[in-house]
Design a protein around this ligand. Sequence first.
Ligand code: TXA
Ligand code: MG
Length: 316
Amino acid sequence: MRSRVVPADAQGVAEAAKLLLAGGVVAFPTETVYGLGGLADEPGAVAAIFAAKGRPPINPLIVHVLDEAAARALVDWTPAAGALAASFWPGPLTLVLPRRPEAEVAPAVCAGLPTLAVRVPAHPVARALLAAVGRPIAAPSANPSGRLSPTRAEHVAGGLALPLVLEGGPAEVGLESTVLDLSGPRPVLLRPGGVTREAIERVVGPILVSDGDPDRPTAPGQLLRHYAPRARLRLEADAPRPGEAWLGFGGIPEGTHPALDLSPSGDLDEAAAALFGALHVLDAAGCPWIAVAPIPERGVGVAINERLRRAAASTD
Ligand code: TXA
Ligand code: MG
C-alpha cells in the first residue's frame, strides 16, 4: 500500500477528522515536524500508531491539545507549567507532568509511566484537526521508529504506508519540540528542540539538562537510536574528503558534489528548518558518507547538534 497524500484544505481536514473519529490514524503537519496522529483515548488508534512506526512500546507518545485548559484536564498543573504555557504555547514546547488519574488517555500512550507529555501545536492544520475532533490527539513524528523525522509530506509517504497524509508544505521549525520534564523538583530538559534552553530559563530560571544516560528511565526516547539516515555522518568536518557528500553551514567548498548548505548566511533557525530535508536529500543521493560542517553550539544550534550526533552514532 502507498500513502494517500491530500492537500490540507478544509476538505482534507474534514476527511482526516472523520478517519480519526472512526479510530484510524492520519499524518498531519505541525510547525515542528509531521505527526502521525490518532485519538489519544482510543486504544486501537494508539496501538495502530505504535504498529505503523514499529515503535517500541516503552517509548511514550506526546498528546496534542488545543489549549492550556485541555492540557490541564490531562495532567497535574504547576505554576512553572503555567508560566511556560503563557510564553510558548501554542508552539514547539512539550511539557511532561504527572498524569491525572481521571485523564482519558489510552494507557499505552504513557508506556507505563505516571507522567504524560502534552503539547499545544501552533500549526493551523494541526489546530483545525484538533478542533474538528474535539479530543486530544496522540502523535509522535510520522517516521519509522529510529529514522529521520519528516519535515515534508513526501518524507512521510516515503517512509510509511498510511491511509491519509495531509500535505501542508514544509515544516517551519524543522526540529521536534523541546521536551521539558516538570514532574520532579526541578525542570529537566529531556530533548532540546525548537524552544531553546535560554528561552526556557528566562521564564523559570535555571533548569537541569538530561545527560542522555541510556539507563535513565525518565527519558525513554533517549534509550533509542534516533534520526538515522542510511549514510554515515562525519561531524565538524573542515572540508569534504573524496567521495563524501557535504552538508554545509555558511558556505560550500568549491567543486563539492553533492552538497547542500543549511544556511548560506549562517542563520541557525534557517539551518534547523533545513536539516532533516537536507539529510533526506543527501541520503537519497546514495553517498555512503556525509561530511557535516561545524554548527555553533548556541541557541537552536544545540538541538541541531544533538540530532546530528544521534544520526552520526547510528550503526546501520
Ligand atoms: O515536535 C514534536 O514533538 C513532534 C510533533 C509531531 O508534535 N512529535 C514528536 O514525537 O517528536 P516523538 O514521539 O517522535 O517524540 C516524543 C518524545 C520521545 O522522546 C518520548 O520518549 C518523549 O517525547 N516522551 C513522551 N512522553 C514522555 C513522558 N511521559 N516522559 C518522558 N518523555 C516522554
Ligand atoms: Mg520521533
